[in-house]
Structure formats: structure tokens, C-alpha cells
Ligand binder design. Sequence first.
Ligand code: PHE
Length: 294
Amino acid sequence: MLTAPDPESHVYDKPPAHANADWTIDQNWSAYTAEEHATWDTLFARQREMLPGRAAQAFLDGIDILHLSQPGIPDFEELNRILMDATGWQVVAVPGLVPDDVFFDHLANRRFVSGNFIRQPDQLDYLQEPDIFHDVFGHVPMLADQRFADYMEAYGRGGLRALKFGTLKQLARLYWYTVEFGLIREPEGLRIYGAGIVSSYGESVFALDNDSPNRIMFNLERVLRTEYRIDDFQQNYFVIPSLDELLRVTVETDFKPVYEKIADMPDIAIADIIESDDVITRGKQDHASAQSGT
Ligand code: PHE
């Protein structure tokens, strides 16, 4: 059985003894128990059922391209054969959180790092640390899309630049509000593509149907300035008009002048709406207030 890393002990500054120099480890697929495979199947069935009409077309296509409906936790070797063929990406296992530069270097080389452990059966709805269900079910389908594949590679290179510029905090917000919690406008309506949403039973409904959060059209500077929360459903979702448009304003844009411009501007508090926002839904924010007891 593959257990979660101890949150206290896994933030190393060099790779642990059992890991390679680039921090990767063997997925050790044969060590998963029947119970662990069953946990994957339960999570998969529950998400798969609700995603038509909610998840972005690229995400749904990715599930099919990668044959993710096969029962059991995916074997990276098998998964990578298909993924490599589709977009040149691979999934590699790591022991837990890795340092930023290591993470970005993997992305820049089309390697997506994933935890290899799966949550316990009593943690189906919430866990603090990304497990293989979040990482593989949540992230990997989009990597089968050519445009998103290019986006993630460019993000890795952008991350290495941001480390040099000292603008990681700003760039991380872009990851958060796209890769993890992004919405996209499709002809039939808003759809989810962020991994944090599509891998969460509660948030895949909340993000689209609840009247608590704000839904705002994506704007690069705005997103780079916006704070986010990691402990509950989001209070803001940013909506991209298309993946092509996301690439145009990120991959094809040099962020250096953008970082310089926003350096003197204040951060935007989580739920604030600003004048330049193109607001789709102004949230009531009652979910957040209820949670904080105000
Ligand atoms: N173009 C960005 C830069 O100049 C890098 C980037 C690409 C960031 C894609 C995010 C996504 O730093």
C-alpha cells in the first residue's frame, strides 16, 4: 500500500534517499492494494457521472483519449505511452511537494509531477495534499490537449523566469486561477477545466451552480494581482473565452513588463470586484461568510 507522505517530514531541501536526482520515484504500481484501486474507482465513477455538461470538452476528450475509464489506478507506464503519443507529455511520480525550481523544470520538459499515494476511503471529499486522484484524474486529461500541453510547458519556463524576477507569488496566482480553478466559456455555457474543481465532487457543482462565488472574465493583470484561498471552495473563478485566447495572453506574452507594471499596484483581496472587471456573476459570498462565521 502507498501511504501519504507525512506533511511534517516531506518538505525536504534535497531529494530523499529513495528518489532520483530530479526527485522522481518509481510509481510502484504493483504495491497498490485492491482497496486502493477501489477508492480510485469510487472517485472516478462519481466524477465521471457528473462531468458531462460541466467539464470542458477538452477535459472530456482527454478522459477518452487516455482510456481513463479502465478500472483501477492508472499505471504511469501505460498512461505515458498514450500521453507521449498525444502531446509529448509524461507523468512522473514524486514523493510529495518538490521545490519550485524542480517543479518548473519538470513542466518545462513536459513532465507532470504526481503524487503516487491515494487518499483513504474516509477522505473522499477532502484532503489537504494532492493525491494521485487529484493529480492524474484532475490534471492529466487536459494535458492530452495540444493547446493546454503547450500552455503547461510554457508555464514551466515562465516559472523559472519568475524565480529570477522574484515574481513567483504573482505567477502562482495564474496557475491557481487557470490550471487549478479555471472555468471556460463554451458555446453551451460555462464549463470547468481546473484540476482542483474537476477532481472535487463538491466544487464541480459549486463552481458552476452556486450563487456565492464571483465569476469574472479572465484578465492577466487582474489575476496576477488577486489573492486566493487554499482552505475552502474559491470565492472567485476566472473564465477564459477559449484555450487559444489563454495562450495568446500568456504563452505569447512577455510577462516581464507586466510584472513591472503591477509591482506598484496593490494586491486585490479575494472577493473584491474592481472597476475594470467583466463580471459574469457577482457572487453573494454567503458560502464564505457562513464558513468564517461572520
Ligand atoms: N510568457 C510568460 C513569461 O514571459 C510565461 C508564461 C507562459 C506564463 C505561459 C504562464 C503561462 O514569463
